[in-house]
Ligand binder design. Structure first.
Ligand code: HEM
Length: 196
């Protein structure tokens, strides 16, 4: 058991094996590799990716940013040089995976265009359309605002001290913006099937 839990790779593999075992034992009626099956697979991958992305967004906002002023200056590099770059790696690729699996899911559900037009064609994909646009704006912020500014703030890209301070503030404000948007976005994601 400790050989599993002391290795992150083995821990993740064990989680996947347990999920597959449950699916085979309980969900065996649904293994006819049809459209609903693949939509379910992408729904699962989509939610897992979204947890990785929004989990880290909330970690930054609920834990890391408020803790920074309380950490002595000589210990700050542990966050800036070790923890933040690793967290940002999973954060931005989690965002990418959430976007791709979400778009595939919308396509498999047959309402991708209608959703992007906010349900104006059928009146049925409004919730998910609004959620998708909110999440696409958040994805854009991650890749084209937060990550480029974090690279300067963390010293991955070398810049003058005043540019570095400005970049850290911009990254923080856009991270906060995404935290605001994450609440209505999540409401729309869950509402399409359960409230729509
Ligand atoms: C990045 C762009 C995104 C797109 C294109 C997208 C697309 C979708 C689609 C098409 C669905 C299926 C809705 C339905 O018919 O039930 C869905 C559901 C969902 N999405 Fe997203 N999504 C995105 C981002 C996110 C993010 C960031 C999260 C954060 C966790 C998320 C979490 C969920 C959840 C929890 C569901 C509900 C699943 C259910 O009720 O069964 N999505 N999304």
């Amino acid at each position: 058991m400790s050989a599993i839990l002391t290795s992150l790779r083995n821990t993740v593999i064990t989680g996947v094996v347990l999920a597959l075992a449950l699916f085979i034992l309980i969900g065996h009626d649904h293994t006819s590799y049809d459209l609903p099956f693949w939509a379910f697979v992408f729904r699962f991958l989509h939610i897992a990716s979204g947890v990785m992305w929004i989990g880290l967004l909330w970690y930054f906002n609920f834990v890391q940013i408020p803790s920074m002023p309380k950490i002595p200056d000589e210990q700050k590099p542990a966050i800036g040089k070790v923890i933040a770059p690793t967290a940002l790696f999973w954060f931005r690729w989690g965002a990418m995976s959430t976007l791709i699996t979400g778009l595939v899911l919308a396509h498999l559900n047959g309402y991708m265009v209608d959703a992007l037009l906010l349900g104006t064609q059928t009146g049925q994909a409004t919730f998910i359309g609004v959620g998708m646009w909110l999440a696409i704006i958040m994805w854009f912020n991650v890749w084209f605002v937060i990550w480029p500014n974090q690279k300067k703030a963390l010293g991955i890209v070398q810049v003058e001290p005043d540019v570095k301070a400005k970049a850290a503030r911009t990254a923080m404000l856009f991270s906060r913006t995404n935290t605001v948007l994450s609440v209505p976005m999540l409401l729309c994601m869950a509402a399409q099937s359960h409230l729509g």
